[in-house]
Design a protein around this ligand. Structure first.
Ligand SMILES: Nc1ncnc2c1ncn2[C@@H]1O[C@H](COP(=O)(O)OP(=O)(O)OP(=O)(O)O)[C@@H](O)[C@H]1O
Ligand SMILES: [Mg+2]
Length: 379
């Protein structure tokens, strides 16, 4: 499309350190696109190259037919909203929002500024100073101040990071509404996986300066491309397995002497060494004395930990081969959670499995555990 934002082989080095590593991505015009990744993976650096605050070491950046690389920041049809809002403290809300327009020599800005304040629902706050506003209100002023310039792309760098959880949830809904209303491309950086999934049409998971997987939230959650993604976005149980055959649409797998099945359509590799994956919420516990359904995948284990979380109970169990496995069980009845030490059988539909590549000889031992939330900030 005419005004897609395109990054072509963008690399950014600081000395010998590579912060962004040969990154190519197309952000469709009018989309809400999230860059998700752990601290230090290169998200802000990527945004800064788009804004013109850093020049890439190599590669180029385009907005439709227009090359942005090499242009001064103010020449780019791009605005940024930062985590700390960066409002002018001595100016009123009105003057903060009018700032960009006035700097471009526009005189009669009252109507535009008024419209923007209405859009972010701060119509009655025009005369206040930033210090007289809550965090969420300041954040909305920052948004209005960027949007009033009618950028083609709005860059948002952890814009909700300073807000408490409840306000952050409200602002997520608000931001989404505003994006739909104005139709501008939003490139939103966050390390909060729920925020990325809730808001974005497309989520790109970044790891060490590269995009590891990109797609709609349901796709990357339900069918992750790598062990990293499967455990960065939510959690996954991964078993080191071998493909031993095929029956109908399913792959037959062997792991630790047990047999499993998984749809070939949900496999990133269909032969040899693989990871068999299943999300904890897809796994069910059998009631004591009951057998799992015959066509299900199942694993026997002993509960090692029970964590009651209100809406659900999170169980950890140890498999006969010593691997830790996690199971989320929705609390649909009033019964007490099972206690540690209980022997259980857990099972899941083969169609809920996914299969990932496993480099030869790696992982005969328990699967790698990646921190789902390396910063400990997710709710
Ligand atoms: N000006 C700089 N000089 C040297 N190294 C830098 C510079 N800016 C960033 N880096 C390094 O590049 C890497 C990526 O930084 P970046 O700010 O892009 O990370 P991030 O993904 O935004 O992380 P966070 O979630 O913590 O904001 C980091 O290791 C950082 O230390
Ligand atoms: Mg950052």
């Amino acid at each position: 499309m005419a005004s897609d934002l395109v990054l072509n082989d963008v690399t950014k080095r600081f000395g010998t350190f590579t912060a962004v590593d040969d990154l190519s991505v197309t952000v469709p015009q009018g989309s809400f696109f999230a860059l998700l990744g752990a601290s230090g993976c290169g998200k802000t650096t990527t945004l800064r190259t788009v804004a013109g605050l850093e020049e890439p070491t190599s590669g180029s950046i385009w907005l439709g037919e227009q090359e942005l690389t090499g242009l001064r920041p103010y020449k780019r049809p791009v605005n940024t909203v930062f985590q700390n809002y960066a409002l002018f403290p001595h100016m009123s809300v009105r003057d903060n929002v009018a700032f960009g327009l006035r700097r471009r020599g526009m005189k009669d800005v009252a109507a535009q500024v008024g419209d923007m304040l209405d859009l972010v629902q701060l119509g009655g706050f025009a005369d206040r100073k930033p210090a007289e506003l809550s965090g969420g209100q300041q954040q909305r002023v920052a948004l209005a101040r960027a949007l009033v310039n009618q950028p083609q792309v709005l860059l948002l760098d952890e814009p909700l990071g300073a807000l408490d959880l409840k306000l952050r949830r409200q602002m997520q809904i608000e931001l989404k509404r505003i994006q739909t209303e104005v139709g501008i491309t939003f490139l939103h950086v966050t390390h909060d996986q729920e925020e990325a999934m809730w808001m974005a049409d497309t989520v790109a998971v970044m790891n060490a300066g590269r995009i590891e997987q990109l797609g709609p939230p349901t796709e990357i959650y339900e069918f992750p491309a790598s062990p990293f993604v499967s455990n960065f976005l939510g959690q996954s149980n991964l078993f080191a397995a071998e493909v031993v055959g095929k029956s109908g649409d399913d792959l037959q797998l062997s792991a630790y002497g047990e047999r499993f099945a998984a749809p070939a359509a949900r496999a990133r590799a269909t032969a040899g060494h693989v990871w068999l994956g299943v999300r904890p919420e897809k796994v069910r516990l059998t009631e004591p004395g009951q057998q799992p359904p015959a066509d299900h995948n199942w694993v026997r284990g002993v509960l090692t930990d029970t964590c009651y979380a209100g809406v659900s109970t999170e169980y950890l169990l140890k498999t006969p081969w010593g691997q830790e496995m996690s199971v989320f069980s929705a609390n649909q009845s009033a019964g007490e959670p099972l206690t540690p030490g209980t022997e259980v059988v857990v099972h899941w539909y083969p169609s809920h499995s996914f299969v990932l590549q496993r480099p030869d000889g790696h992982g005969e031992q328990p699967a790698p555990q990646y921190a789902a939330d390396p910063l400990g900030v997710a709710p």
